[in-house]
Design a protein around this ligand. Structure first.
Ligand SMILES: Nc1ncnc2c1ncn2[C@@H]1O[C@H](COP(=O)(O)OP(=O)(O)O)[C@@H](O)[C@H]1O
Ligand SMILES: O=c1ccn([C@@H]2O[C@H](COP(=O)(O)OP(=O)(O)O)[C@@H](O)[C@H]2O)c(=O)[nH]1
Length: 294
């Protein structure tokens, strides 16, 4: 009589057959976990080019790259779907046009390419961190180095648990990466936009680097940001976020764990949303009263 015997060879074939499914299984489990324990299921993280530069403001700093990768992975490992936009300010910004005596649209093209360089760098560092697939999608054709941006494809990547980096802004001059961050977040149905800032804890009543009496807001409505001209992001980006009710969190990226705390529903930095009201951070009031001259 035939007696089926499990052999090493069969075990090997069985494991090999399951391999293509490993991402799906992992992300199905992570996805279920995310729904239970997190406030957000899919987020877009907006980083400035300065985030990769460290103290020097230009170029790349390995320690900063390590910090960024760790912070992003801490969100991904919670089962949250993550897409990213990184600026290009550590290489070039369009507003440097006049200093270089070049046309604005030309300078913006250079800035746009700078965002692609940063995105590729970020992909490299994130890939080195783990098993997750990381895809760069560009708004301008650069098919030898990255995928073209196709909305439904981006959503499909995210559903499979891939990290997606949107590079090249929206492919148009006269904007920074702020507006395309909101645009992409809306296009791929993100639950929130996380705006990572360096050395600033959130949105303040005035620039905290110039005004020691600047007070931090714990929450704001979009219209408050516009009305008080709080320059934490381009106004056009806030108008788009307001019109389509995308929650925006502005927080200090230097503080480890901020992003995963926000995704878990904890308060960090400043929240700007449809339901939030004009409110100062309470702990900040004490600090300010100590600073104020008696
Ligand atoms: N109302 C405000 N609240 C917080 N930061 C502000 C405000 N107005 C201006 N800033 C400045 O914006 C900067 C944060 O943006 P940053 O990430 O440096 O800029 P960018 O995105 O242009 O690279 C802070 O360094 C801060 O000095
Ligand atoms: O859709 C876009 C996105 C970016 N840029 C250019 O790319 C530069 C770099 O982006 P950003 O200023 O947002 O970088 P960050 O300040 O966030 O580092 C911008 O200044 C613009 O010149 C552009 O022209 N169109």
């Amino acid at each position: 009589m035939f007696k089926w015997k499990w052999e090493w060879k069969q075990s090997f074939i069985f494991i090999e057959t399951l391999k293509p499914l490993r991402f799906s299984v992992l992300f199905f489990i992570k996805g279920a976990e995310a729904k239970v324990s997190n406030k957000y299921k899919r987020v877009l993280i907006k980083l400035s080019g300065g985030a990769v530069a460290g103290g020097s403001e230009f170029g790349f700093d390995p320690e900063r790259m390590e910090h960024i990768a760790n912070e992003i992975m801490s969100v991904v490992e919670k089962g949250i779907e993550v897409c990213l936009v990184i600026g290009g300010g550590n290489i070039f910004r369009g507003n440097m046009a006049s200093a270089w005596g070049i046309e604005r649209a030309e300078a913006d093209n250079i800035g746009t390419l700078a965002t692609v360089v940063n995105s590729l760098m970020l992909r490299g560092v994130l890939k080195a961190k783990g098993i997750h697939e990381v895809r760069v999608m560009t708004a301008i054709p650069l098919t030898s180095v990255a995928e073209p941006y196709i909305r439904l494809r981006a959503i499909h990547h995210l559903e499979k648990g891939y990290i997606v980096i949107f590079a090249g802004g929206n492919g148009q001059p006269y904007v920074t990466t702020d507006y395309p961050s909101v645009q992409r977040a809306l296009e791929v149905n993100c639950d929130a936009l996380l705006v990572a800032k360096q050395g600033v804890d959130g949105v303040f009543s005035s620039d905290p680097k110039k005004d020691v009496y600047a007070r931090k807001f714990s929450s704001l409505h979009y219209n408050d940001v516009l009305k008080h001209d709080l320059r934490i992001m381009d106004q056009s980006a806030f108008i788009l976020a307001r019109d389509y009710e995308l929650p925006v969190h502005v927080f200090n990226f230097d503080e480890p764990g901020s992003m995963s705390a926000i995704c878990a529903g904890e308060h960090r930095g400043t929240i700007i949303s449809r339901d939030s009201v004009f409110a100062y951070e309470e702990s900040d009031l004490e600090v300010q009263s100590k600073k104020a001259p008696s």
